[in-house]
Ligand binder design. Structure first.
Ligand code: SF4
Length: 61
């Protein structure tokens, strides 16, 4: 699974609360820690569903 945060992130912080292993706030944008994606795939999907602006893109390999 590939997870990325798009430029339209508004920095709400929701993804970092849902899955702090993968999403981290840097300033007013979320960034992705790719090391923990495989272990937390369900939470990555939860974060993507919750994101208010659909800024989390998930691609299945
Ligand atoms: S939930 Fe969406 S808008 Fe909020 S910080 Fe994460 S990527 Fe950005």
């Amino acid at each position: 699974m590939k997870v990325s945060v798009l430029d339209n992130c508004v920095g709400c912080g929701a993804c970092a609360i849902i899955n702090s292993d993968v999403f981290e706030m840097q300033g007013n944008k979320a960034v992705v820690n790719t090391n923990k994606i495989e272990q937390t795939q369900d939470l990555c999907i939860d974060a993507a569903i919750t994101c208010p602006v659909n800024a989390i893109k998930i691609d299945e390999y």
